[in-house]
Design a protein. Structure first.
Length: 354
């Protein structure tokens, strides 16, 4: 992830620099001088004593291209990004520190409830699902809640074509209702849920969008972790249905405290496959023994521009790592590779131009 963020930062800096350069370029065009013939007005026609003068056009001044003026604010931004990247390079890209503030990593498949106001008193219709991205053969369960909720109709449709797929109507119990759509291999990737609720005789609408996709791979289980040089290794077992380049992600916890975000990439063929998730010693607390892995993301990377990435599923919600021998880890500092060092030097170069 850090490479993505730094890449975005560099692109932003480049776009700003281009805009700033164009904004400060001054192009002045010299109007062409006219040839004029001045005659002595004292004679009706010119004779040998008449002096005719010709205004020779002035030579155009060639202006050199405006130099790029490097704004101090841009330099300060580059310096800030460079510092962040340098701090990130203390850890390997496959094992980055994780905190309670990293919500995007802690909840990688989070569905954020959709609310629709009912009245001026702050009451609202709330539509929620347990995830945003579904993988066949998972059912789609929709929860609807509101004060004085009576009846609910939920229509499922194709987000891209607006084609209707299915609809269900149910009666609420104590202000809550649940609607379930059975799993189907024919569902399109992008789905829309249109909810129309009858609340005290008033119809209140709400719209939610989710994703549904065929399975690509399933995480089955892990072998218990062991130490290898400076890393803790947890071997994952997967059942792969569609071969390709996969990125496997997981979060490492000690009790409820997040420790690290682990990432690995590997080409996998169909059938039973294994990948290693590695946690660098620098993200582990001194003497930690019991940990757990959770929040798994199994992603098949896009093999070509015409094919989008797809996601798999996990048969387990978490995996407990017990009695890990922390003292057997070699506490060697991470050494950034050449590409990472070049990226850092590039950012420092932008900052130094200020």
């Amino acid at each position: 992830m850090k490479k993505f963020y730094i890449g975005a930062a560099v692109v932003s800096i480049g776009v700003f620099l281009l805009w700033y350069t164009n904004k400060n370029e001054v192009k002045t065009l010299e109007p062409p001088a006219a040839y004029a013939i001045k005659q002595n007005t004292g004679s009706a026609s010119p004779d040998k004593n008449t002096v005719i003068t010709i205004d020779v056009p002035k030579q155009k001044q060639v202006k050199s291209p405006a130099k790029i003026q490097y704004d101090q604010h841009l330099a300060s931004a580059a310096e800030h990004v460079a510092m962040q990247y340098q701090n990130a390079l203390k850890y390997p890209p496959y094992s980055q520190p994780l905190s309670a503030l990293d919500e995007d990593r802690l909840k990688p498949n989070q569905f954020y409830p959709v609310t629709s106001p009912i009245d001026n008193a702050g009451n609202a219709l709330v539509v929620s699902l347990d995830k945003y991205r579904f993988v066949y053969p998972q059912d789609i369960t929709v929860n609807i809640a509101a004060q004085n909720l009576a009846e609910v109709n939920v229509a499922l449709s194709n987000t891209d074509t607006k084609a209707s797929i299915s609809s269900k109507t149910t009666t609420a119990q104590q202000g809550e209702a649940t609607v379930k759509f059975k799993a189907s291999e024919d569902y399109p990737r992008n789905l829309q849920l249109f909810v129309e609720a009858n609340i005290a005789g008033k119809k209140v609408p709400a719209v939610a969008q989710i994703q549904y996709m065929p399975p690509s791979a399933t995480l089955i289980d892990f072998d218990n972790a062991y130490a290898q040089n400076e890393n803790m290794i947890a071997k994952a077992h997967l059942k792969v249905l569609k071969s390709g380049l996969y990125r496997i992600r997981a979060n490492l916890y000690s009790d409820t405290s997040p420790l690290a975000h682990l990432v690995t990439k590997k080409k996998l063929s169909q059938g039973s496959q294994t990948v290693d998730l590695k946690a660098h010693w620098s993200v582990l607390p001194q003497g930690v023994v019991n940990m757990r892995l959770s929040d798994f993301v199994i992603e098949r990377m896009s093999p070509s521009p015409g094919e989008r990435n797809s996601f798999g599923s996990s048969d387990i919600a978490e995996f407990e790592i017990k009695d890990f021998a922390y003292d057997s880890l070699q506490q060697l500092p991470y050494q950034a590779n050449e590409q990472e060092r070049m990226s850092l030097e590039f950012l420092k170069g932008l900052a130094d131009k200020g």
